[in-house]
Design a binder for this molecule. Structure first.
Ligand SMILES: Cc1cc2nc3c(=O)[nH]c(=O)nc-3n(C[C@H](O)[C@H](O)[C@H](O)COP(=O)(O)O)c2cc1C
Length: 211
């Protein structure tokens, strides 16, 4: 079975460094035989998550669509820009909505547990979005995902790309591709033998009404 990877970025900026890096990681994933679906989170219009809004209106259609996409894929490849030492509100808001149960299908299991995930980031600052990855890592674990340890953060991103949007350093490009390739290698091992075990363990993270 070809591993299926959902790729997304926390940036919606037109000239996003993170998006450019994500494209390289996607190439790495495809080089290992993955089927990759890339989505742009701004295409899924979601209000800022708010419990009263959810009680009144239920789960937005866009959240349901994203949930379906997550559930149809084995792994997630996430480019995560850094905003004020964390990850972006676009990414957090999307994750929060996708983590919610559909009130009309409460028997359905949450979609995140058991997914394999890899992160990359880019920033004009020296640390390259590392803090964003650290903050997101905690959330992904909380949601029951397996985060692969191979990560890459690109510092001084404003100086790393040429006018055509290509990385000027082939070694740097190789590191970004490696993240995608490693995600697929790990995912393949899990879906070949142990994925169902991982997925069942993930059910331990199913929410209660208390959260
Ligand atoms: C509100 C805001 C906060 C930011 N905070 C940080 C930060 O804490 N660390 C950092 O490295 N860059 C920070 N930046 C700069 C972003 O890394 C930069 O805008 C980057 O280009 C965003 O990624 P993108 O190019 O993929 O859109 C911040 C930018 C904004 C708009």
């Amino acid at each position: 079975m070809a591993p299926r990877i959902l790729a997304l970025s926390g940036s919606s900026r037109r000239e996003s460094f993170n998006l450019k890096l994500l494209e390289l990681a996607i190439a790495g994933a495809k080089s290992r035989g993955a089927e990759v679906t890339m989505v742009s989170l701004v295409d899924y219009e979601l209000p800022v998550y708010e419990s009263d809004w959810e009680s009144e209106h239920g789960l937005p259609e866009a959240a349901r669509t994203l949930q379906k996409l997550v559930s149809e894929n084995h792994g997630l490849l996430i480019a995560t820009p850094e905003h004020n030492g964390g990850y972006t509100s676009l990414l957090k808001n999307s994750i929060d909505w996708v983590s919610r149960p559909d009130p009309y299908h409460r028997a359905e299991r949450p979609v995140f547990p058991g997914k394999v995930c890899a992160m990359i980031s880019a920033s004009p600052h020296a640390t390259g979005g590392l803090r964003s990855q650290l903050a997101l890592d905690m959330v992904l674990h909380r949601l029951g995902m397996l985060v692969v340890p191979t990560q890459f953060h690109l510092g001084y991103a404003h100086a790393a790309f040429d006018a055509e949007g290509q990385l000027t350093s082939s070694a740097t490009a190789a590191m970004a591709r490696h993240v995608g390739a490693t995600l697929v290698d790990v995912t393949c091992r899990l879906i070949d033998g142990h994925y169902s075990v991982l997925h069942r363990d993930g059910a331990d993270n199913e929410r209660t009404d208390a959260n």
